[in-house]
Design a protein around this ligand. Sequence first.
Ligand SMILES: *C/C=C(C)/C=C/C=C(C)/C=C/C1=C(C)CCCC1(C)C
Length: 267
Amino acid sequence: MIKTLKRALIAATPISMLSVMPAFAETKMLPADDYVGISFWLISMALIAATAFFWLEIGRVSAKWRTSLVVSGMVTMIAAVHYFYMRDVWVEFGSTPTVYRYIDWLITVPLLMIEFYLILTAITKVSSGIFWRLMIGTLVMLIGGYIGETSFTDPNARIFGEATITIGFIIGMLGWAYILYEIFAGEAGQLSAEKAPASVQSAFSTMRWIVTIGWAIYPLGYLFGYMLSDTPDFNSLNIIYNLADVLNKIAFGVIIWSVATTESNNA
Ligand SMILES: *C/C=C(C)/C=C/C=C(C)/C=C/C1=C(C)CCCC1(C)C
């Protein structure tokens, strides 16, 4: 009772903000032993720094490579804003719906796909079919994953009944397989092999492997998280997805930056 009165008195004075804030902060601040929260924090900063880097470097490359760097920075900036939000939700609730990631993926994955198209247009004439096929593959992959993933937590969303998680996964895998086909064996892969100078070919090839190995982390997370276990370990899943994004967004952009600066110096 006395304590409550005392608190009320303190709260009534403006200076009390100083004593109230630590109590408020206790529940809202990132705890030093929250490794998942800290990984959200680190990646947020890395994404912002990468954005500044890609955009500031635009002036150093020749005109036809500029759009590629603009897009690399857009990917990291859009992801950074999502990460700020996911980090706050994580710190507050100790969890963050994976669906937030899908909003990010829906914007950033098409932009990453456009990078393949842009790299090819910087060196040769390219048909718009490449662009559209990569977009279709992306949409099928993400819509399949989204259908499956939302049905995990929400039985009402099981549009294919019990099998929705599996069917969503299969649709998603087909979309990804279609993208891989296009960049390895399809028109995009052939153009790179026939028309591109050595430095572009090697960048194209590294980007392809990122889309193969780096991207495989997400369906593996889905497989182990939702299909092979009834109680997903969201701590590990979030750390794995966070690290995957460093590779698939920042490292991917660095490869493009590297080929853009090399080719600009050679020109
Ligand atoms: C920056 C974010 C990136 C590069 C996200 C990529 C996401 C994927 C490659 C997701 C793939 C999935 C499948 C291949 C199967 C179904 C489930 C998904 C959506 C996780």
